[in-house]
Structures are given as C-alpha cells and as structure tokens.
Design a protein around this ligand. Structure first.
Ligand code: GLU
Length: 411
C-alpha cells in the first residue's frame, strides 16, 4: 500500500505550484533523508521463533532532531511509514517546535501477542535500531497500538546498550519513568483547542455542537471525553468492531467503561457501522483511527460541517477536493493532532533540564502553541484564499526550506 505516499506527493504538487518551488526545492521537501528497514528474531511464549520486520524513516531534520512515533500494526509498510514521517516534519514545523520528522513501524498484530511477547518486540526493536536513534538524533514516541509501557521498555533497552542515562531518547514514557503530565491526553486536547479556535473565529458555539468520533483508542476516547466536558454533544463513537449512536448524546464515561471490557459495540445504544458513522449529519466529525477512511467513494456522503483529523492521513486527496468544494471545513492532521508531539517536546525539554513541569504550566504552554499555530494557518489560508491543509503545508514547507537554506544546502 505505498499509495498513502502518493497522497503526500499529490499534496506537495499542489502546494509547490502555489509556492512556486523550484524542482530542487520540491524534491528536497518530498524525499526522505534516510529509510531504514531491520529485522530481528522473536521468541514466542510457546518457544517457537518468528522474524519481525521493522521500519524507521528519518524524513527531514533541517529544523531539529527527527521526531515521531512508532506504530505496531500488521498492515505497516514502508510507503505508509514514509508518508507518516513526512507528516511529522510538516506537523513539527506547523507548531514551530525544533524537531524534524520521522516515523517507525513494526509489522505485527499486537492483539495476537502476549504482554511478554510485546516486551521482547519493544526491546528487539531498540537493539536493531539504537544506532540510528538518540536524544539529539531521532526521538521516537507512541503511535497506533504503542503505549507508555512500550516506551519505558525501549528507553531501558537503549540505556542498557549505550550504558547511559538517556530519558530524552524517547517520549510518551510513563510518569514514574520520566514521562510528562498531560502527554497521555495531549493529542486530543490539542485537537479540541484547535476546534475551539475555529469555532470562535467562525462565531460558532461549542455548546451542544454534535460530534461523531471514529476510532476509540487513546486519541478518540480522550477527544470524546474532553468535548463532552466542554459542553459538546457526542452522539456517536466507534471502534474496529462497529459503532454506537444516540441522538441525545452518549454517556461518554459509561462508554469508556464499556470499552475497557473490549468494545463499544456492547454498549446499550443504537448500533451503527463505521461507514454510517462517517456520514452522520453532525457538526463535527472526528476521524481518530487509521489513514484513508474518507475517500473518493464516501466523501460526497459526508454531512459534517467540520472534519477534525485526529488520525494521521484520514482524508485522501480526492476526498479533500470533494469536501472543500462542498464547503466542509477540514482541520488537517498536521495541525489538529499536533498537540501530541508538542507535549512530547515539553517532555523532552523537561528530561533535558532534569525538571518536571506542573499540569497547569503544560496545559497553558500547549494552549499557547495550538492557538498560535491555528492563527498562523488561518491567516495563511486567508492570504492564499485556500483551505487549512494547503495553508498549513505552505507555512511548514516555507519554514523547512528556510532552515535548509540557513544550513547552506547546495542547489
Ligand atoms: N505519534 C504521534 C503523532 O503522530 C506523536 C509523535 C510524537 O510525540 O513524537 O503525532
């Protein structure tokens, strides 16, 4: 499925036309610096052995060390990791933190593996990858199906190999192991803050705005929780097994308790499919799972007024065109989910300084960052009379090229 990287190419083509990039600049922006593939053996609980494949793409580090999560998923492939690494470079530039972009992936199905097997994979990944990583080189973090526990194991393995104390080699760690307050909710919280800014700009109110959330992992659950507590009406949520709907609003606390037992689908509410959820007539639709869920096939059925992309790459370029034409406002992934990496930056900074910041300080700093990123993107959109995604890319690519130029990259 290297087609996901075709989505990147399509967005870059559009933006480089608007920015009048030279062929060199365009190639510089959309070529990864380094693409790494490794394999390592895994001993299963039944003593059988498997070979595990993993990737890391270090896309661009003109603005600082490579930064980005590692996902555990059986569909992970190089094309996808390349696209995700590119989006990290754009994202870090949009929120103006001093990082470049990277991403990693391990081809496994975590749902079929035991706790012990996941630990051995996390450590195996670090043994195979450590020479490419480091607190000032490339700093991984959680992503789809990777937790703070996985980050803790990886940090421990890195420190054992390098015989150092290096808390800043990875972010999204547990609190007792150098993690940061707010990091676990930061992707969703940053997204909610961006939505709040948009609603204020459009003179709309959050109170009673209807919301549907597709995907009920860390980001989706916290988004539902936060928007519910801010007075929105979360009417539908879903996970990989299906969705639930209640026009009057779901009791989010109770739905989360149900999810802890396995799936939201056993909750007492009307059952709906994931496809149907995407087409609900709501104010805000939040794709919070995997890429490419809104495509040319279903985009014309989307009735939401705002699409807030908490997942990475949920909208294909064709769908993007259809939605923009229909007047749907898209808060693009590279802005809407950048709260996660922003608090990762705060965690990295705290580790470097040997300090712990309070929840209040972190929330305040995150708020400032998201507000200022939204303002910059929104004013860029105004200047170029374009949508938020194109504006975010123009802003980020401009910043990355400036950093490249200041280093004196030869044309
Ligand atoms: N995986 C998250 C993302 O896609 C967070 C990355 C990070 O914190 O480095 O933005």
């Amino acid at each position: 499925m290297s087609e996901i990287f075709d989505n990147v190419t399509s967005y870059v083509n559009k933006v480089s036309g608007i920015m009048k990039l030279s062929p060199f600049e365009k190639e510089l922006i959309h070529t990864p610096n380094r693409v790494i593939q490794v394999s390592f053996p895994l001993e299963m609980d039944d003593n059988s052995k498997r070979v595990i494949t993993a990737y890391r793409v270090q896309f661009n580090n003109a603005r600082g060390p490579y930064k980005g999560g590692i996902r555990f998923h059986h569909h992970v492939n190089m094309g996808e990791v390349k696209a995700l690494a590119f989006w990290m470079a754009i994202k870090c530039a949009v929120v103006d933190i001093p990082f470049g972009g990277g991403k990693g992936g391990v081809v496994i199905n975590p749902k079929e593996l035991s706790h012990g097997e996941i630990e051995r994979i996390s450590r195996g990944f670090m043994r195979a990858m450590h020479q490419f990583l480091g607190p000032d080189v490339d700093i991984p973090a959680p992503d789809v199906y990777t937790t703070s526990q996985v980050m803790d194991w990886m940090r421990d393995e890195y420190e054992k190999i390098t015989k150092t104390s290096s808390p800043a080699v990875i972010t999204g760690k547990s609190l007792k192991n150098g993690g940061s307050l707010v990091r676990d909710v930061s992707t969703a919280l940053g997204g909610a803050m961006v939505l709040r800014e948009l609603m204020a700009e459009k003179k709309l109110t959050m109170k009673d705005a209807s919301v549907a959330v597709q995907g009920f992992g860390n980001a989706g659950q916290n988004m539902a929780k936060i928007l519910d507590s801010w007075g929105c009406k979360v009417v539908a949520v879903s996970d990989s097994k299906g969705g639930i709907y209640n026009k009057a609003g779901l009791d989010i606390g109770a739905v989360i308790r149900e999810k802890e037992k396995g799936t939201v689908t056993t909750f007492d509410a009307e059952s709906i499919s994931n496809e149907y959820l995407l087409e609900l007539d709501v104010d805000v639709l939040v794709p919070a799972a995997l890429a490419d869920v809104i495509t040319g096939k279903n985009a014309s059925g989307i009735k939401a007024k705002v699409v807030l992309e908490l997942a990475n790459g949920p909208t294909s370029p064709e769908a993007d065109r259809i939605l923009s034409k229909a007047g749907v406002i898209i808060l693009p992934d590279v802005l809407a989910n950048a709260g996660g990496v922003t608090v990762s930056y705060f965690e990295w900074k705290q580790n470097k300084l040997g300090k712990s910041w309070s929840e209040e300080k972190i929330t305040e700093e995150l708020d400032k960052t998201m507000k200022s990123a939204f303002k910059s993107v929104s004013s860029m959109a105004m200047t170029h009379d374009t949508d938020f995604r194109t504006a975010a890319y123009i802003l980020a690519i401009g910043r990355i090229l400036e950093a490249e130029k200041s280093k004196g990259s030869e044309p």
